[in-house]
Design a protein around this ligand. Sequence first.
Ligand code: PMP
Length: 426
Amino acid sequence: MTRNADLFARARHRLPGGVNSPVRAFRSVGGEPFFTARAEGPYLWDVDGQRYIDYVGSWGPMIAGHNHPAIREAVARAIGNGLSFGTPCEAEVTMAETICRLVPSVEVVRMVNSGTEATMSAIRVARGATGRSRIVKFEGCYHGHGDAFLVKAGSGALTFGLPDSPGVPKPLADLTLTLPFNDFEAATTLFERHGDEIAGLIVEPVVGNANCILPRDGYLQHLRELCTRYGTILIFDEVMTGFRVALGGAQERFGIRPDLTTFGKVIGGGMPVGAYGGRRDLMEQVAPAGPIYQAGTLSGNPVAMAAGLASLALVQEPGFHARLEAKTIALTDGLQAAADEAGLPFSTTRIGGMFGLYFNRDHVDSYAKAMASDAAMFKRFFHGMLARGVYLAPSAFEAGFMSIAHADADISATIDAARETMREIG
Ligand code: PMP
């Protein structure tokens, strides 16, 4: 028995499904996950000594590559002063100032410990500030596991929410309305009917949880205008896109100013960090400045802030995002060429350090098209790549992540592996 198999057998006995977060379990691609022993740059090594070129990057945080010395050293220095204080510390102030400087729509920010906490809190602010209860989210968008978000559309275009998870009370799920992403008309119609009741609209400006769907021209602007017209708080969930698709996130790239923004992943450099922030008049309603309650024992933790600040320092290096995007382009172009050679139905999407791979001949710009991709072919592709030492997200509906540590040689090796794999699965 391999050490991986032994560990997974033990894990399955004591952890639900053997994991602490579902997608890690390989359920949608089949087979068993590997257990990582060590990570460095663009690579993971499992407990059996196999090396993988990694395009998951801990699901987004490792934009500078794994175990970056600058982040590691910042953490080591912070640890020397203690692990947690429960009082304010300087790093929190520097972090808040850094976020507000890099993302100008954020005038005031609150640090939390995960993306889920950030989105749950942002929705609370939207509801508290407007006195309204309903929220809007999009099919295929993921905003963490808060009750309000585990809701997807029914078959109709403007159906009221249905619980997608047992444990979400129906009256709560009913407050979440869902829309198809990139459908201008559906959004207009929903607001015409319910605009006055909608506290907040939350959107991943690039949908990274249905693979990687880019907004159509003008779509985010359309949402901005509807929210402004109806007094709805526009929330950009930039947990994934923040500091990744551009230094100032998707809102910089698409030139939209949301009312609130949520962050996670890159902002923590690999430590559990999230944040939400935005308009001063809204954020100053958060306790103790105002009555909307939200708190956290470990929020603004000094070690986590040190990792996050080091991560944000790296992405601020001149030309970082241009270099990152060039790598993403080289990879997706190479994979497309390999698929064309093998005659497979395949398309890609990309922006900054994010990409989508679809076994679908069409350009994917909607959730419906993403769902229409060939999932069985993706499974074979995933396993073929894994066997050749390339780790892609173990699901057809997760974005891929590039890091600045992926060298040309890693990208060429990935494309070579894809050429072989695609020939095999075609
Ligand atoms: N929002 C988005 C856009 C995400 O991608 C995720 C996680 N993948 C979350 C929120 C939730 O973040 P976390 O897993 O840190 O709770």
